[in-house]
Design a protein around this ligand. Structure first.
Ligand code: UT7
Length: 343
């Protein structure tokens, strides 16, 4: 029997229509357009209207991915969902989406890998597909982060960074032509390799404390008053770790597949900071035109950054069949990772 590989059949995205500029934020807190652009590259981001949930935002992204794949959500036999901002503390958005999309009673798996959600999700989908446990998987990454940001001076270091958005992929098991799994050296399509890493010693360097079991009472008035309900970060330490781990992940995956950085046609990095991506690109020695960034328009949409990049790159004709594509991520946990795909 021919081995199978996991091929991305369709990719879609959706962002809210409401644009929030740096200038808009400077009216709420002590910040400026210059500071935000210089430190992060971000010019604007999208925020949902009150009442829009993470699963609401995901639905149009899924519809776009399915339309591009020529399938219906009901044709998928598993859903993998990644978010740090679910509709409820529990259950996750996987089951909520199963219901909203009218899917069969398929397995719905939620992934909590924050900004590495797409990388972890694709690695997991690939493992299920190759093991023959699923045939077509819907991978959804969606975030509604605007309501959890502290949009006052106290939270300005975080509030200027994040936005809302969603991306989705339809990934299918495909029989490998001539029995050859994709290797990076042949023309077989699909996921070639994935790397996932973690270092929980960094958990409190980028986290949201309450609600959670480290808070006596889970969530209290004190959680509200102290700002524990908002995300916190040691930006400089996270920045350094992001550059180191993304570089390490890319180098390891290239080396173990016998590839040079110049063999990669397109890198789709997580969008946390343009300076992080620029540092990684420079150290890898990849030319600017081979790295896709859109943080300028959307800020950091956490799990959704990479699928939104993927969908926009597809729309702009920057990802073509047969190309070698690399994803790269780092985020809270800490988690990080990389997927290598023959598109
Ligand atoms: O997606 C998950 C992964 N996330 C990341 O990888 C993010 C990593 N970190 C970063 O991107 C950067 O560290 C930041 C963009 C968060 C911050 O940039 P920085 O160059 O590291 O700035 P800083 O934290 O060293 O702060 C510099 C100054 C401070 O003032 P002092 O102490 O120098 O007087 C801050 O108080 O900038 C001040 N500051 C601000 N000023 C205007 C912090 N936030 C703001 C703000 N507007 N919004």
């Amino acid at each position: 029997m021919n081995p199978v590989s996991s091929v991305v059949r369709g990719v879609g995205h959706h962002v809210p229509s409401k644009i929030v500029t740096n200038m808009d934020l400077s009216r709420l807190m002590d910040t400026s357009d210059e500071w935000i652009i210089e430190r992060t590259g971000i010019r604007e981001r999208r925020f949902v209207e009150e009442g829009t949930t993470t699963s609401d935002l995901a639905v149009p992204a899924v519809r776009m991915a399915c339309a591009r794949a020529g399938v219906e959500p009901q044709d998928c036999d598993m859903i993998i969902a990644a978010t740090l901002s679910p509709d409820y503390f529990f259950p996750g958005i996987g089951t909520v989406l199963q219901n909203k999309l009218g899917m069969k009673n398929v397995p719905a798996l939620d992934i909590r890998a924050q900004c590495s959600g797409l990388v972890y999700g694709l690695a997991t989908a690939d493992a299920y597909l190759r093991a023959g446990l699923a045939k077509r998987i819907l991978l959804v990454c969606s975030e509604v982060q605007s309501p959890i940001l502290d949009k006052t001076n106290r939270g300005r270091d975080m509030a200027v960074l994040f936005g809302d958005g969603a991306g989705a992929l339809v990934i299918e098991a495909q029989s490998c032509p001539e029995g050859q799994r994709p290797t990076g050296k042949n023309t077989s399509r699909g996921v070639i390799d994935s790397l996932m890493g973690s270092d929980g010693s960094g958990a409190q360097l980028l986290f949201l404390k309450a609600p959670g079991s480290t808070t006596v009472g889970f969530m209290t008035q004190q959680s509200l008053d102290s700002g524990d309900i908002h995300p916190k970060m040691d930006g400089r330490v996270v920045f350094k770790n992001a550059v180191t781990r993304m570089l390490e992940a890319a180098s390891t995956v290239l080396e173990r597949n016998g590839l040079q950085p110049s063999d990669i046609d397109l890198v789709l990095p997580h969008q946390a900071n343009l300076r992080i991506n620029e540092a990684v690109r420079e150290k890898l020695g990849i030319s600017e035109d081979k790295v896709f960034n859109n943080i300028q328009k959307y800020g950091n949409t956490t799990a959704a950054t990479i699928p939104i990049c993927m969908s926009e790159a597809h729309e702009q004709g920057k990802i073509k069949e047969g190309q070698l594509v690399m994803t790269l991520a780092f985020g809270a946990g800490f988690t990080w990772g990389c997927n290598l795909i023959r598109w």
